[in-house]
Design a protein around this ligand. Structure first.
Ligand SMILES: NC(=O)c1ccc[n+]([C@@H]2O[C@H](COP(=O)([O-])OP(=O)(O)OC[C@H]3O[C@@H](n4cnc5c(N)ncnc54)[C@H](O)[C@@H]3O)[C@@H](O)[C@H]2O)c1
Length: 344
């Protein structure tokens, strides 16, 4: 039988794809989102794609607002588990406005978990990040690799991991902090996808916007990193693989009889350089992506690549989609929605 889950930030990029996967599994979802970086249209499209499977209700509100969170727990039936996506994620912005990041990411998580504690709902999947590893020197990155975050974004995510670890030590909590590497692509329908406001911070939407002619050329930030072609290496994974990982994680946590604290890398284990992604996109779509090399961005590290074995061992999850899938699906979304959710 389906469960009832609260999904904070469920209208966002990863949240919307995960919501669809969970609805297709027959679950009932309550999404709490303030649309700070998303559109209600995403949820309408998720409902359309789910085509009568599962259900989705929306509460428009801020995760830092204790009344809004309380309302979520009091509306409808018991909540069996929570996925906490709501948060801010732009590295550069976090350097310029650290207090906002500590407020939304850390205080928001505190308000949420306090309500969970009050309502006896102690099953939680938390969106953490590979950037907690900072500038690692040894690869691939295992979960026990020391963390050394170098910007406020990663520092706030690590602080929440630590807060959740402390909660687990009080007993009764079942928590998974998933350290995502670089989610890209879109649902293969092209109906939902990543919709960044302004100039994209991430490589993939930048590439698709250049391919679509919305921007003149791609900026490659640095070609003098200590990597084979000099450009930065990241572990890109298809957002649908990441969405699947959330469904599997919730299933796993709900089966645990005792308090559980998991920290898992979620990546493919196969890092790709910026130029490898550009050329992969060109091969998958037949479109040339003009680019220019510009200086490195502060906060960027040469390489992040997961060791994903722990997720496979514990959850039985591993990424299955290829770079070609990521490019084809991301491009389908961009072509069908040149201005994201804002038009058509
Ligand atoms: N996309 C990535 O590359 C990546 C990598 C690692 C970790 N993460 C983390 O995963 C989570 C989801 O990322 P995403 O890419 O889907 O980002 P996103 O910005 O698309 O989604 C975040 C969602 O949270 C909502 N939100 C923000 N502040 C809120 C608040 N105070 N109250 C309620 N809702 C709020 C936004 O409106 C949005 O819908 C974030 O916590 C992010 O830090 C993302």
């Amino acid at each position: 039988m389906g469960h009832r889950f609260l999904i904070t930030g469920g209208a966002g990029f990863i949240g919307s794809h995960t919501a669809l996967v969970l609805m297709e599994q027959g679950h009932s979802l309550l999404v709490l989102d303030n649309f700070d970086n998303s559109s209600p249209e995403a949820l309408e499209r998720v409902k359309g794609l789910a085509n009568g499977q599962g259900s989705l209700e929306l509460i428009e509100g801020d995760v830092r607002d204790a009344d809004a969170v309380e309302h979520a727990f009091k509306s409808g039936g018991t909540i069996d588990g929570v996925i906490h996506f709501a948060g801010l994620k732009a590295v550069g912005e976090s350097v310029n406005d650290p207090l906002r990041y500590w407020d939304v990411n850390v205080n928001g998580s505190r308000v949420l978990t306090a309500a969970m504690e009050r309502h006896g709902c102690r099953t939680l999947v938390f969106s953490s990040t590979s950037t907690v590893y900072g500038e690692p020197q040894t690869f691939p990155l295992q979960e026990q690799t020391p963390t050394a975050p170098i910007h406020p974004y990663a520092q706030t995510k690590l602080a929440v991991e630590q807060m959740l670890g402390a909660l687990c030590r009080t007993g009764a909590w079942r928590v998974a902090s998933l350290r995502y590497f670089n989610p890209v692509g879109a649902h293969p329908s092209g109906r939902i996808g990543e919709d960044p406001l302004g100039i994209p911070n991430n490589l993939f939407p930048f590439i698709t916007q250049v391919a679509a002619g919305r921007r003149e050329q791609l900026h490659v930030f640095g070609d003098d990193y200590p990597t084979p072609d000099g450009t930065g290496i990241r572990d890109y994974l298809h957002v649908m693989d990441l969405a699947d990982a959330h469904g599997v994680t919730l299933d796993h946590l709900l089966q645990q009889p005792d308090s559980t604290a998991l920290t898992l890398n979620i990546g493919t284990g196969r890092g790709l350089s910026v130029l490898e992604v550009v050329h992969g996109f060109e091969r998958a779509t037949g479109i040339t992506v003009p680019y220019s090399i510009v200086p490195r961005r502060p906060g960027d590290v040469p390489k992040l690549e997961a060791c994903p074995l722990q997720a496979k061992t514990v959850l039985g999850w591993e990424a299955s989609r290829t770079l070609e899938d990521m490019c084809r699906d991301g491009w389908a979304w961009q072509q069908a929605n040149p201005m994201g959710y804002r038009r058509g």
